[in-house]
Design a protein around this ligand. Structure first.
Ligand SMILES: Cc1ncc(C[n+]2csc(CCOP(=O)(O)OP(=O)(O)O)c2C)c(N)n1
Ligand SMILES: [Mg+2]
Length: 647
């Protein structure tokens, strides 16, 4: 067995070594170290079909240690995925090549998720495993029953997100989750003993995981461990003791093999040591055939499964729900009253809580984020018939897990926390945006309006920071009707994640005209015009929009007329036609913005001659109206400043 497996594994090793050398950049050490484990996994265990990479019931393979990307590209090429050719491998790390520096998610390629920021892949894998359980419960074991494998290194396991995600996985008893730990005790700075002395076995077991230790270069041990893992009743980690840069006489076992080309001379020595007589990028026919057979192994089974069950599983739909949302919106116009937008969001969620693919949750703030309605059913350890996840106080993992849920199938995850803690979520939000995933973040307590909890809890720069992420829509609705509209846009947008920033405090309704039209869909629209010959444009979002309306009315009593623009989403407004944007922004010389937040991003609409009312300092602990006064965000101060400017 061993010799043959070793030859197959060496195909991965040499493709990786040669590609990194040609690119003159990359990470050869990990693929060399984990090639043996990956070979056994793909040859004898992984259920996959290179001819139909989207097969819903495939096992998921997540390379959390994304720097070892050549391991994945080699496997995809060798097993016959169309997405990765030998030419692609020769263009490793070159512009627009699928073989990018770190794996970048593209549907239907075998690259299941974007990894590279260490630890993210582990949280994605937990999301995959949760989705598998949810769909299995919905559709039955004959339709959905697969494993999720995640390959993680020392680095992934040092990252905080891994602690959060593994802990939740153990709690939920995700028995189909298998973590392959590349336990080579080396990271960039040298031996891991420089920085960590965790007892991994105790750590995993305390989370409720099974844990097996093997020699990651012994094929029998690898095989036995994977066999055991198939029947595990808990998530299971297989600690694979490996040698980084395996096969390199001078660099194996050393950090020097982690992240730079081995060098021509050393590569010659590796070829000699591993008896590899082939030219760079040349895979002997018999070995390539063997790898292709491994790839073909699953295709018949997959095809049959797809034919039988594909349609049933992909049969979710949002359309009918949208119709009922429209109707409900109209009903609400008849009974508008002051209400916090977090509460409006709950009302919306209540209406759509029966949507079969919506999976809600919150990081221990369900009651504050209003993410859980009376209709939600909790997902509990080992029971996945519900549609709501208590993520615990684990914001970062929650967002990484939601990425996994969105990537897995048609499930739509939403999760809540306070807007201030979006900082704890940011790396995963960024990846959702990069991967074009429909993940919805319900971020409540969205300003100083939260009051007494003070500056540690009051977001200031968070909205600017989120707005600066490409392909992320940041919504800040001003009342119930806008909240409904923003939710609807977020649900319909399959290719972007959305933040919905919501208030803790009650807000006066600003939309009182009965209309089916989703005004928020253009990002910004005129909500009020106080008279003819207007002198200024006031743009606002969320809780400050009703203040903007009050200011407009007050100025009108003094003969200064204005229009108020409600801007629930800057990103959507920026996408409108120049004509529309001109109409909104360029009607008056003076444009002012009001938002209880850092002001930078508003300057693009007001220009440097405009006025920006906001907060460019940390907040305060006090009843919220006093804080608004403290920062001069009130009718009197703003009216005064506008009048001074107009003089
Ligand atoms: C969040 C994050 N921090 C830092 C890095 C930079 N980085 C890439 S690999 C690595 C060390 C990883 O060590 P390990 O997982 O043991 O990988 P090995 O060297 O064994 O391949 C670091 C610090 C990163 N990619 N992501
Ligand atoms: Mg390591």
């Amino acid at each position: 067995m061993s010799k043959h497996y070793k030859e197959l594994a060496n195909c991965i090793r040499f493709l990786s070594i040669d590609a990194v050398q040609k690119a003159n950049s990359g990470h050869p050490g990990m693929p060399m170290g984990m090639a043996d484990v990956a070979t056994v996994l793909f040859k004898d265990f992984l259920k996959f079909n290179p001819k139909n990479p989207n097969w819903i019931n495939r096992d998921r393979f997540v390379l959390s240690a994304g720097h070892g990307s050549m391991l994945l590209y080699s496997l995809l090429y060798l097993t016959g995925y169309k997405s990765v050719s030998l030419d692609h491998i020769k263009k490793f790390r070159q512009l627009d090549c699928i073989c990018a520096g770190h794996p970048e998610y593209h549907p239907g390629t075998g690259i299941e998720t974007t990894t590279g920021p260490l630890g993210q892949g582990i949280s994605n894998a937990v999301g995959f495993a949760i989705s598998e359980e949810i769909l299995k419960k919905k559709f039955g074991k004959n339709k959905i029953d697969h494993k999720t494998y995640v390959l993680a290194g020392d680095g992934c396991l040092m990252e905080g997100i891994s602690h959060e995600a593994l802990s939740l996985a153990g709690h939920l008893k995700l028995k189909n989750l298998i973590l392959l730990f590349d336990n080579n005790s080396i990271s960039i700075d040298g031996p891991t003993s420089l920085a960590v002395s965790d007892n991994h076995e105790k750590r995993f077991k305390s989370y409720g995981w099974n844990y097996i230790k093997i020699n990651g270069h012994n094929f029998n041990e690898i095989s036995k461990a994977l066999k055991k893992a198939q029947k595990s009743k808990k998530p299971i980690a297989i600690s694979c003791k490996t040698v980084i840069g395996y096969g390199s006489p001078n660099k194996s076992g050393k950090a020097s093999s982690h992240g730079s080309p081995l060098g021509e001379d050393e590569i010659k020595l590796v070829r000699k040591k591993l008896s590899w007589k082939n030219e760079p990028f040349q895979i002997p026919k018999n070995l390539l055939n063997e790898w292709r057979k491994i790839g073909d192994r699953g295709s018949k089974k997959a095809k049959k499964h797809e034919r039988k069950y594909g349609k049933i599983i992909n049969n979710y739909t949002l359309k009918s729900f949208n119709n009922s949302i429209e109707k409900k919106k109209i009903n609400f116009f008849e009974n508008l009253k002051p209400i916090a937008t977090r509460k409006s969001s709950e009302i919306f969620l209540d209406i759509i809580s029966k949507l079969p693919n919506l999976i809600g949750g919150s990081a221990d703030l369900a009651g504050s984020n209003n993410t859980k309605t009376k209709n939600h059913k909790i997902i509990t350890p080992g029971n996945f018939s519900g549609n709501y996840i208590h993520y615990g106080v684990r914001e970062h993992a929650m967002c990484g897990i939601m990425n996994g849920i969105a990537l897995h199938s048609d499930l739509i995850p939403y999760g809540g926390t306070f807007l201030i803690f979006s900082d704890y979520c940011k790396p995963s939000i960024r990846l959702a945006a990069m991967m074009k995933q429909r993940v919805i973040y319900v971020f409540t307590h969205d300003s100083i309006g939260l009051g007494e909890d003070g500056p540690t809890h009051q977001p200031i720069e968070q909205l600017t920071s989120l707005r600066s992420i490409p392909n992320l829509n940041v919504f800040r609705p001003a009342d119930l009707i806008e909240t409904f509209e923003c939710w609807q846009i977020a649900l319909e947008n399959k290719n972007s994640p959305s933040v919905i920033a919501l208030t803790r405090q009650g807000l006066k309704p600003i939309r009182v005209k009965n209309t089916y039209k989703n005004e928020s869909s253009v990002g910004a629209y005129e909500i009020l015009r106080s008279g003819e010959n207007i002198k200024l444009t006031i743009i606002s979002s969320g809780s400050e929009t009703s203040l903007a309306c009050d200011i407009s009315h007050k100025l009108a009593t003094e003969g200064i007329y204005s229009k108020v623009i409600s801007m629930p989403c800057q990103e959507l407004f920026d996408q409108q036609s120049e004509e529309y944007k001109n109409k909104v922004l360029n009607e008056t010389e003076l444009v002012v913005s009001i938002e209880a937040s850092e002001t930078t991003y508003w300057k693009k609409y007001t220009g440097i001659n405009g006025l920006n009312f906001g907060i460019d300092d940390f907040g305060k602990s006090a009843p919220y109206k006093e804080i608004y006064d403290h920062f001069n965000l009130n009718l009197k101060s703003i009216v005064k400043k506008i009048k001074e400017k107009l003089q």
